[in-house]
Ligand binder design. Structure first.
Ligand code: GTP
Ligand code: MG
Length: 209
């Protein structure tokens, strides 16, 4: 019988103001969309959703909203450090919002994590319903996602396109990586000598870009 253990995993959603972070969460959690959302101030609310995995197991995604306006540096490092999944969001009709992911958000968040080994990254090009006003080249976004090993989708919080898919794929990838991590941990448990501290630091640097 499949293991039905339920794990909780912290997902933080980041990106410029107005790209649709809060809207994506509302669409995913409640299946609703609001044309006139209120700008998130400070650290946004936490939402929890149970995700059934293909294996028959489940995870609880703890989805934390953030405010694009205030940028991540104002948020407490303690809030970020135990995140296991980061969803980077830009607006396909706003090239600057994509450029800021590349030049600021990704690097900033990676630099604030204690350990990004097994970190799962997603990239959502939101507002895909506004494709007629698209400014961000799909190929460029796909190539960038590949370069940071991110799951990529163009989403629409408005009509729900690819919203469920991106959250589910992130949860599945987290589960896959975590299974391997647990196996590694089991192996470490039978090691006679503990891992050398310098080696440990080297490993962390290797996985952080
Ligand atoms: P901050 O809280 O300031 O960081 O912004 P945010 O990223 O949370 O953006 P929010 O979800 O508040 O959405 C900003 C605006 O874009 C709102 O007017 C939304 O209705 C609109 N919006 C969000 N997602 C979509 C989408 O997929 N399509 C369209 N057409 N509009 C969207
Ligand atoms: Mg918001």
């Amino acid at each position: 019988m499949a293991d039905k253990k339920i794990k909780s995993v912290k997902l933080i959603i980041v990106g410029e103001s107005h790209v649709g972070k809060t809207s994506l969460i509302h669409q995913f959690i409640e299946g609703t969309f609001d044309e006139g959302t209120i700008q998130t101030i400070g650290r946004g609310e936490k939402n929890i959703k149970e995700i059934p995995l293909k294996s028959g197991e489940k995870v609880y995604l703890e989805i934390w909203d953030t405010a694009g306006q205030e940028r991540f540096r104002t948020l407490n490092k303690i809030f970020i450090k135990d995140a296991k999944i980061i969803l980077l969001v830009y607006d396909i009709t706003d090239k600057k919002s994509f450029d800021e992911i590349v030049t600021f958000w990704y690097k900033d968040i990676i630099s604030q994590l204690d350990n990004c080994k097994n970190l799962v990254i997603g990239l959502a090009g939101n507002k895909s319903d506004l494709y007629k006003k698209q400014e961000v080249d799909l190929i460029e976004a796909q190539e960038y996602a590949k370069s940071i090993n991110a799951i990529f989708k163009e989403t629409s919080a408005k009509n729900s396109d690819a919203v469920e898919e991106i959250f589910y794929e992130l949860a599945e990838k987290y589960h896959e990586l975590n299974k391997d991590k647990n196996k590694d941990n089991d192996n470490q448990n039978i090691k006679l000598k503990p891992e050398n501290k310098n080696e440990k630091e080297k490993n962390v640097k290797k996985c952080c870009k």
